[in-house]
Design a protein around this ligand. Structure first.
Ligand code: COA
Length: 255
């Protein structure tokens, strides 16, 4: 099992554990994550959820690039949809979700963190949306949620350049709420405090705050999901993804 769920009273800690790939999400891991999140969403005994990655180095280093390098547009759409399901569960489940970003949170990892209600980072964390360097775009909600969390100017710069930010910059641009070591302890502290509050009021607070995301958030996510898949028909997507797998620089033809 590459997704571990531990309970501490009313707090659930979900740990993504795929050490040989820096916790990058393949189909099995992402499916398991989606399923576990679905169960925890409906479990009234769970009042707050913490999401983290196993080990010292990574939260989640992204979607599995080796897997993505073989996808056609239809498969890419299904892959994007699975990531969207996990993100929507984190964003809409009627209890607070907290990301403890304990290392690399890149691509899909940053997107999962963005789908959480609160984000804390360890001082060694690195976050970003480097998909552009693979000839693709964020496909699990990043194009919509990064702008909502950090503002459109920051989101465009990070998504267009694909550069990563360290914990200090992430705090400055509002991508994380705080930097703390050990980050899991900080996340648990908040989760325990939230678990002691009224779950009725907290779930309403979450639902109302989500309204601030704008009337057509779901529409934006739908467009991203469709276009992300279509992009896998491009030569540049094949080249960018394959180049990573072959450990070389990509040579984009512009098609
Ligand atoms: N998908 C698949 N495998 C991944 C991965 C991903 N997103 N990220 C890391 N890995 C694998 C590496 O291929 C490597 O496996 P290998 O030993 O079988 O070759 C292993 O995890 C360790 O990664 P490595 O690159 O050797 O570690 P590093 O410390 O030198 O670099 C990163 C760490 C995170 C900077 C680098 O792995 C990276 O750039 N990963 C891709 C990040 C990314 O673009 N994510 C967005 C995807 S949408």
């Amino acid at each position: 099992m590459s997704v571990d769920v531990a309970r501490e009273g009313a707090v659930a800690v979900v740990t993504i554990d795929r050490p040989d790939a820096l916790n990058a999400l393949d189909v099995a891991t992402l499916t398991e994550l989606r399923d576990r999140l679905g169960e925890l969403a409906g479990d009234d005994a769970v009042r707050a959820l913490v999401l983290t990655g196993a080990g010292e180095k990574a939260f989640v280093a992204g979607a599995d690039i080796k897997y993505m390098s073989g996808l056609d547009p239809e498969q890419a759409k299904a892959w994007g949809a699975l990531g969207h399901e996990a993100g929507r569960l984190l964003e809409t489940m009627p209890k607070p979700t907290i990301a403890a970003v304990n290392g690399f949170a890149l691509g899909g990892g940053c997107e999962l963190a963005l789908a959480c209600d609160v984000r804390y980072a360890s001082s060694r964390a690195k976050l970003g949306q480097p998909e552009i360097n693979l000839g693709i775009v964020p496909g699990w909600g990043g194009t919509q949620r990064l702008a909502r969390v950090c503002g459109i100017g920051v989101a465009k710069e990070l998504i267009f350049t694909g550069r990563t930010v360290d914990a200090e910059e992430a705090l400055r641009i509002g991508l994380v709420n705080a930097v703390a070591d050990p980050v899991l302890e900080r996340a648990l502290e908040t989760a325990r405090a939230l678990a002691a509050k009224s779950p009725v009021a907290l779930s309403l607070a979450k639902r109302l705050c989500n309204l601030a995301l704008g009337v057509d958030h779901a529409g934006g996510l739908g467009t991203e999901a469709a276009e992300f898949g279509e992009l896998f028909a491009s030569e540049d997507a094949k080249e960018g993804l394959t180049a990573f797998v072959e450990k070389r620089e990509p040579n984009f033809a512009g098609r």
